[in-house]
Design a protein around this ligand. Structure first.
Ligand code: G3P
Length: 218
């Protein structure tokens, strides 16, 4: 399973990269707005921090405009994946961009029917938002399971990226369901490390070590 960081914040990416377990970054217009920097400039900076897929989202509304905007984003760096919303204009743009060899991440996916459209258009990635489905009381993880089943049935190469992740259990359950990628806030990545028995066990190991070797004058 690939781990992506769901952020446009340079400091968060800089903190995560040294772990050696982050494979890419996803951004969206809301995450970009928080940073307040022009998307092209921020994406260029991100591509200088991490060598992995970086999703940059179009904000145009027609297929023609999305295609032009997507071409521009793809030119920023070879790692750019153009993020496009799962609407008819977006799917038309994905079909065209795919034919030009530009990789796309189809976002705001909330149903298996939508995910089928993304795969048929040749999307490189589809992003089902499990957290937002859970937020309205529906089983978000069923979405991942259904999409993975359908994609396997037909051999679609589109990668399933579990998005809108709220905690470590989402990552684990998405992995069980066969998602290719999980994109998560830095906070969730850090939460994945924590278990009280690990922390307690290490404390005891070090206490025993120090007691033995410090007493021995070692
Ligand atoms: O960036 C796409 C997705 O991960 C955002 O999820 O629900 O936390 O805004 P959310």
């Amino acid at each position: 399973m690939k781990f992506f960081l769901d952020t446009a914040n340079l400091d968060e990416i800089r903190k995560a990269v040294p772990l050696g377990i982050v494979d890419g970054v996803t951004t969206n217009p809301s995450l970009m707005a928080r940073e307040g920097i022009a998307i092209e400039d921020q994406i260029r900076k991100i591509s200088g921090i991490i060598d992995g897929d970086i999703s940059a989202e179009v904000v145009s509304s027609t297929a023609k405009e999305m295609i032009v905007e997507g071409r521009g984003l793809a030119k920023i760096h070879r790692n750019i994946v153009v993020k496009v919303p799962l609407i008819p204009e977006g799917i038309a743009a994905v079909s065209a961009l795919t034919k030009e060899g530009i990789r796309t991440n189809v976002t705001l996916c909330f149903s298996a029917a939508q995910a089928l459209l993304a795969a048929k258009a040749g999307a490189y990635i589809v992003s089902p938002f499990i957290g937002r489905v859970d937020d309205i009381g529906w089983p978000g993880m069923d979405l991942i399971r259904d999409i993975v089943t359908i994609y396997n049935n037909y051999g679609y190469k589109t990668q399933v990226l579990a998005a809108s992740i709220r905690g470590p259990l989402h990552v684990v359950d998405a992995a069980k369901a066969g998602a290719h990628i999980a994109t998560m806030p830095l906070k969730v990545l850090h939460q994945m490390f924590h278990h009280p028995l690990t922390e307690k066990g290490l404390e005891e190991f070090l206490k025993d070590h120090n007691r033995a070797f410090q007493l021995a004058g070692a």
